[in-house]
Structure formats: structure tokens, C-alpha cells
Design a protein around this ligand. Sequence first.
Ligand code: WT7
Length: 669
Amino acid sequence: MWLRCTSRRLLTSLRVLKQKRLNASSWSNTVAAVVPEAAGFLGVTDHATLQDFSLTHNDSFWRAMANNRLTWISTFSTVQDCDLRRGKVKWFVGGKLNVSVNCLDRHVLTCPDRVALIWEKDEPGSQVKVTYRELLEMTCRLGNLLRRRGVKKGDCVTIYMPPCPLAVASMLACARIGAAHNVVFAGFSSDALAERIRDANSSTVITVNQGVRGGKMVNLKKTVDAAVDTCPNVRQVFVAMRTETPVAMNSRDVAMEEEMMHEDVICEPAVMDSEDVLFMLYTSGSTGKPKGLVHTQAGYLLYASLTHKYVFDYHDGDVFGCVADIGWITGHSYCVYGPLANGGTTVLFESTPIYPNPGRYWEMVERLQINQFYGAPTAIRLLLKYGDQWVHKYDRSSLKTLGSVGEPINTEAWEWYHKVVGEGRCPIVDTWWQTETGGICIAPRPSDPDAEIVPGMAMRPFFGIQPVLLDNELTSKSASGALCLAQSWPGMARTIHNNHQRFIETYCLPFPGYFFTGDGANRSEEGYYQITGRLDDVINVSGHRIGTAEIEDVVNHCSAVAESAVIGYAHDIKGQGVYAFVVLKKEADITEEELRQQLKDRVSKSIAKYACPDFIQVAPRLPKTRSGKIMRRVLRKVVEKDLNGLGDLSTLDDPSAVQEIIQGHKELC
Ligand code: WT7
């Protein structure tokens, strides 16, 4: 796999690239000027000592950050009360605050007319700007509407909307009245949406009539209708109008904008405890149904705000362009909560990297004067193939920092991003984190101003983060192993909704006393971290996380299928693609073509389009151990065409199954 090859090559050659920061105004040499919150820390003079201090004086560090960066209704009594062995995580205990006040009201006091959101609509040039004053007004009206319609503190509202100001206002309106939100990526199917609505036990859903993406209309309200029909607890669906196209309204539907106009523009913020739930967000694990990771108020917001400021070197007046969808954690932390907590101007990108042409990102950078651009390697790899001319066409001199997220960035894409997009003058921050971590945990910045950046490496732990590579930690300074985090940090998820036991089993029990991330990593002699990919059966398709077991579950439901095994394989653009091995029932009467179509339809109906297999190999049987376990390792090697690496086959029940698989693979590819 290219992931593994790249990592080896990188570690042996370590092509170090010194990147001078050309923007002299951004960092100066004293740490107090760079990180003003650290001004009172004795003996802290540079980034390295500040990083040490954040670990050795963890409570002092986070106390100062929390007092400096958040506006409290009443302050906390204890900085942290955590025990990773038992899955107990509490930060800023006893503190009271309101997240929407931190994201809106306090900025309206100082700069009401500053632009909070730039909605970069699908059609280039049709952007809409929303000031802090306007966003507060929208949020308050919506908060009042939700309250009047019976949404209470502690309820969970499901939001199924593409990136747009009303989606952000919906999230913040929930925060204002103390309801949790559950944003479901608007690319998910009605079945997937229904499963999440039911698990979250939402009785209120917010959506739009239609989405617009890449010049096409998507009937989101229809998907919601189909989902809600199977969710008896849903009593109301708020429908905003993204397009002029009218939609059929049922008795449970509420015309959102119309009703909002009747509401007051002042909405009393709920007094929330630091550890009350702010939101849940579903993500895939290696087994079982998607899990609703729970994030709470103060710690999450502080961590999103601090990482946004220091990883990207964000300053007042900058335009921050994160092109992720709000349906993922990246959108939550770096389109919404981080930038807004910091009084920033943040872009909501509704379109695709290639609409109307592959110059879209860079044309947008020029038009909106974006200073920090944050995107995914899969899009960079795609654009790279279209050639440099699409980049050169536009002026990118506003850019100061380029970020990458979601999957490892291979060297070719890294170099292109750095040289062609950033003209060699913008630091590339390859940021490693997860839905579970709430915010960025490992990234090249912050660091001392002239510190080197190594291509394709996330490199340095953020303040308060202590990575450990378990299994062979003690062997030498350099190491590789399971990436764990040795102490809690404010942004980490607190639990899995309705299933704390699963939280403990997944993250706390594999390496007792540590938070286990599910990823593998290497550490170089210099102490830099490089993520090598998942250690479990989770794969990453175009930066979208999906458990192979979830796909198998859908495939196995097909009447012609006896059993299946789904694996990820290296894909040029998507990072990983989906490869399914399928064994048909003896009596199955179906052509391979029909089977392919059926499986594709089923997976996109039950999960989402991105989870559809690219390859379906019909096999007479699967290689299994004598105890009946499918040998996925063997299947992976066959697909990687690494027949010498098949490894120990002695536990195989019947070795000829492997030959059949190899033959079938040759015929298919
Ligand atoms: C998984 C988390 C991070 C927010 C978006 C995805 C992979 C993420 C990197 C990176 C290598 C990365 C990991 C992680 N991943 N960023 N910079 N380098 N791998 O959040 O959907 O929760 O997925 O994405 O495997 O565990 P997510």
C-alpha cells in the first residue's frame, strides 16, 4: 500500500524542509507575545518549554487558557477530574457558561459588523456574508422558535443540512437553549439518517427543502421524509428553503424562515454546566453500529478555539477557509466553533473542488481573500491530476497557511500543495486528529517560528497532548506502534451516547491508562510523529471514515449473498477504495452484473454513495482459519498484489481457497 511505502521512504530519507515564515508580523521571538495566555508561566521562553510546561503543569496551563479564552457565567472549581482507566473525563468542573454567548454575543459587543460567516454557495461569485450581529439575531430567533415549539434543555435535535448560515445558526440555537445537536452529513442515506435520529432519540429534525451541489439539486427533504417515517418519536421537522422549489409539507413540518420572522431577536441563553452535552456526532467503528461520540461544552470549545488559533496562526481580520462539510467533526471544530469562539471570519463551502472547474478552490481563495486554507488530501490529489494551470490562473497571495486533514498526505500531494498552491512560502500543517479528539492533536504548528516542517508528517503534539507509541515504546527514541495519548485533554469525547461501556472498551481498555486512538504511528529520532493509518477494520475513503463491518452487514442482507468480506485497498485519489469479496448462496440465480448493481444500490441506500464497493469479486469461498475466522490479512495481500507477503498460511482450513481468490482477482483487475 502506498501509505506504508511512503512512510518507510519518508523515515529513511527524512527530507527536511526548512520553512521560514515570511510573514514577520505573525510570530515574534518571545513566547508571551505569541501565546499571550502563557505570559505568567515562569521560565517559559520558547515553544519547547511551553509544550513541556503544558504537560508538567497541566492544570495551570489549562486553567490559564480557560480563564483567558472563555467567557464564564461563573468560574470552575476544579480544572480536571479524569481517570482514563475508568473512562472518566471531566474538565472545568462546576463552571457555568453558554457556548453561543462565547461564539456570538461577546463579539457583537466589540465588533458587531465583523463578518462571521462567508457562505460560499455552489455558484461561484454568489457568496453571502453574515456579520456577527446578524448571526446572533438569526440564532436568537431560531432559539426562541425551538423553545416555543417545546425543545428543552437536554433534548437532542438532529440537523440534516448542507453547509449554510442557517445550519450554523441551528447548531448555535441548540447551544443557546441547552439542547444538544446531532448533525448528520447530508450525503447520508435515509436509512443511515433514521438510524442516527433513533439512536439520538431526537424528536426534532432541522433540514432544507433541497441542497445544491456541483450544479445539481438534491432533494434532502425527501430523504428526511423517508427517514422520519420510520422514527415514531419525531414530532416536528423544521424546513428551511435553500431553493425556490416548493416541497410537500406534512402536518409535522414547520416552515422555518417564516416562523423565525415572528420571533424575538433576544433569546435568553441557558446557563450550562461545563460538562453538559454540547453535541453528539456519529462516526464508524470497526464493529457494530455507528457510535454517537459525545462532546461537552467548555472543554470542547476551549480546545477548538486554541487549536484554531495556534495551529493555523489565525489572527483577527483573517479569512479562514475550511472546505469540510459541517456534517463531520472538521466542520464542527474548524468551520463553526473554533473560528467563531475566536471572533474569526469563516467560510462555509457548499460546492465541490471541481465545480464548475478544477480552479474552484483557488478562484475562491482569490475572490474571498482567504488567509488559511484547510482541506483534504483526496481533493489535493484530484486537483494535482488536472495540472498546475488551474492554480496559476488565480492570485493566491492572500494565503498564509495551508492545512491538510482526514488521512495521511502522500509526498507527491504534499509537494504540490506546498510548491504549486502555496508558492513555497506557506507552511503546510498536516493535522492529525479524530472525531473522538474534538480538535487537532498532532500538527507541525505551533512551534518555534523557524522550526522545520517534514513533508507528510503531522510531527508535533499540540499543547497538553502526550502521544505514546505502545508495544515497543521502550526500545529507542524512534519507535512505531499503536498511537495512544497518555493523558486527558479538554477536547476529548466524554462517552458514546447511550453506551459508556463501549466507550471504555474501545478507547480505554486496549491499553489501560491510555486513550487508544485506533491509529498506528512512527516516531523519528527527532521525536516527530507520522501517522501510518488505522490498525483496525476502519477504512478511510476520500477522508470519510467507514467500518468494513458496516458495509458487510449491508452486503450480507442481499438475498443472493451467503457471506462477504470487505477490505480497503490503496486508491490513487480516494486514498482507499472499497473491495468486496462475495460468496453467493448455492441457489442464487443472479448474473454478476445484476449483483453489482444490487449491491451498489443497497449500500448507497443504507449508508451513503462513498461506501459503495469499487470492486466486487465473486468467490466460491473465503479463506478461513480452522476455527472459521475469515483471513482478511490474506485478502488484503492478494488485492495489494503482494503474493510473497501472504505470510503464515498454516492455520488455513483449506489452502486451495487462496488460489481461487488469487485467480479471481486476476480476472477482475
Ligand atoms: C481518522 C479520523 C480529523 C478530522 C477528520 C476525520 C485519519 C485524520 C489524519 C492525518 C493521517 C489522519 C486517522 C484518524 N486521519 N487526520 N493528518 N494523517 N491520518 O475524522 O472521521 O473521525 O477520522 O482519520 O485514521 O483515526 P474522523
